[in-house]
Design a protein around this ligand. Sequence first.
Ligand code: MN3
Length: 196
Amino acid sequence: MTFKLPELPYAYDALNPYMSAETLQYHHDKHHQAYVDNGNKLIVGSGLEGKSIEEICVAAFNGKNAGLVNNVGQHYNHIHFWNWMKPNGGGRKLPGNIERLVEDYGGFDKVRADFLNAGATQFGSGWAWLAIRDGRLEVTKTPNGENPLMHGSLPILGVDVWEHSYYIDYRNARPKYLEAWFDNLVNWDYVSSMAG
Ligand code: MN3
């Protein structure tokens, strides 16, 4: 497959004041584009050309192909990251399938606290996640371009904690970024669609 940079699903300034147009321009146009370009180079001759992006994530991780793990992993992560956000997102009103997973986990406040803590404690670059394993919600974190697919669960929400995602707007205050992101930007309908 040939990887392609998707359009942002909203205007660059749509997520103000929680994520600036400048952040989105660099993050989408430069960083995500670089993962797409590197992925297209690295997939050639890997034997994985005909696979889906989800299959490539898993096969690259199991085959210890670090270049593909990070670049195709990041492509997958960012395709969804743009959609995990929307203007006027966040809030405590959850779609039914997500509400059930959250209640089973221990409630909204526990999910929020564990997710923010996972993001704050991921050392260096990476992601914090809500994922589904064996029908139940789990909160995880992964380094660099890895994602829950590579660890046997289904990602339904992920937040990018690479500095390129928050440094322009929040400088070193990663916990502040995580709170603003979770409370004001999360597109729960997209989370719901990923949970099936
Ligand atoms: Mn990123």
